[in-house]
Write a protein that binds this ligand. Structure first.
Ligand SMILES: Cc1cc2nc3c(=O)[nH]c(=O)nc-3n(C[C@H](O)[C@H](O)[C@H](O)COP(=O)(O)O)c2cc1C
Length: 367
């Protein structure tokens, strides 16, 4: 569960689809069987979460592998039934999933998992995937305004025993209710708003915010984390948890790891998928300082825009320690090869994180 006592919490991210843009032969293939194996391995290792990514349409062209990504509520139901203690998170595009559908599906996954469901709320940024639903995507402000209406509705549907009416700018509900209810508290909510508007939304509405480090040096990262937390506390009286996303390449040295990333991102690069991702994401890319664009492009190809964890188990554990020292409470992990990568991480990095006092060894799974 995300509420474990570990100082640095961990989650495997995006294995319902895959996190890298590459044509390298090691690229992960998301079959249902591989999803279950990864989730069960993470569960055994005591990793706190399994977090899906959500996408409705491939980048580049129809049939491109970036569209092969399991739908996130049905995925969560299957993963919940296959695991014992992981928090299973569905990423949800708020504008296309009505709060009644989301609350009902979430209560169902929560009943299957006995209170282990969570939601990563996203507002959408890819016009073609939103266009498939027959509506314009709306501007950035409107998307977050919809999100501000969506969350309290989800909350009320989760908790209230009596049906209720609601009339707002985006939703008009008559005698709304969901049954069966989950007896557990409202699922943990996450969001990765990178803009100021996104930060406002996250600070006011969710439990966990993902940040993208603007400057990876430890003191700059600490400043960014402190700023987020203080902002949520002072403006909304909320205690928000701050997490970030990392891609892992574990090799015999940092140089070997760098060479491998260079090989899959550049030598076996998928310019078609990457160009499409970047050109569609240009609204978000505007927030990126001049010169950082190439770096962002590389990180997106390498592992969903995450921060690099490269080198030996010692290198990776030491980078995670400095991330934790900066105040980050949890890290999402991706690999090019999730299965081999997670196994290696479990065998060699987790024991070092335990020695460093960031985690305790996993208890055996309950039977
Ligand atoms: C760790 C992480 C995971 C994300 N997952 C998704 C996702 O699965 N689907 C999606 O459409 N956007 C996803 N996003 C994009 C964010 O929802 C958001 O659009 C982006 O961070 C820009 O922030 P803004 O909306 O405040 O401009 C993710 C971003 C991050 C940093």
């Amino acid at each position: 569960m995300l509420t474990s006592a570990n100082k640095l919490k961990l989650a495997v991210f995006g294995f319902n689809g895959g996190a890298a843009f590459t044509n390298h032969p090691d690229r992960y293939v998301p079959t249902w069987e591989s999803n279950v194996r990864i989730a069960q391995m993470a569960d055994r290792l005591g990793i706190e979460g399994a977090i899906s990514a959500s996408r409705w349409k491939a980048f580049g062209r129809d049939g491109h592998y970036s569209g092969d990504l399991f739908e996130t509520f049905t995925w969560a139901a299957g993963i919940a039934a296959s695991t014992k203690r992981l928090c299973v998170m569905s990423t949800v595009h708020l504008s296309v999933i009505h709060p009644i559908i989301a609350a009902r599906a979430s209560a169902t996954v929560d009943l299957i998992s006995k209170g282990r469901h969570g939601l990563n709320l996203v507002c959408g940024w890819y016009p073609d995937e939103m266009g498939m639903f027959g509506s314009e995507m709306g501007d950035h402000e409107d998307r977050y305004a919809l999100a501000e209406e969506w969350v309290p509705l989800f909350d009320r549907l989760w908790k209230e025993e009596q049906s209720f009416d609601f009339s707002g700018k985006f939703y008009n509900l008559k005698k709304a209710i969901i049954q069966p209810k989950s007896p557990f508290p409202r699922p943990v909510l996450m969001n990765a708003g990178g803009s100021e508007r996104g930060r406002e939304f996250a600070a006011n509405n969710v439990d966990v915010a993902f940040i993208v480090p603007q400057d990876p040096r430890p003191e700059a990262l600490k400043k960014q984390v402190d700023f987020y937390r203080t902002f949520a506390r002072e403006k909304y009286g909320k205690e928000i948890k701050v997490w970030m996303s990392c891609y892992v390449v574990q090799r015999n040295s940092v140089q070997e790891a760098r060479d491998y990333v260079q090989d899959y991102v550049v030598n076996h690069g998928d310019e078609e998928g990457l160009d499409s991702f970047i050109s569609n994401n240009i609204g978000n890319a505007k927030n990126v300082p001049e010169g950082a664009m190439q770096q962002m492009r590389f990180a997106i190809a390498a592992g969903y825009g995450g921060y690099p964890l490269l080198g030996t188990a010692e290198d990776i554990s030491s980078t995670l320690s400095s991330i934790s020292d900066a105040g980050v409470e949890g890290v999402l992990l991706t690999w090019l090869d999730y299965e081999g990568g997670l196994k290696n991480f479990g065998d060699t990095v987790l024991p070092l994180l335990e020695q460093a006092g960031l985690r305790v060894p996993a208890e055996p799974l309950p039977v």
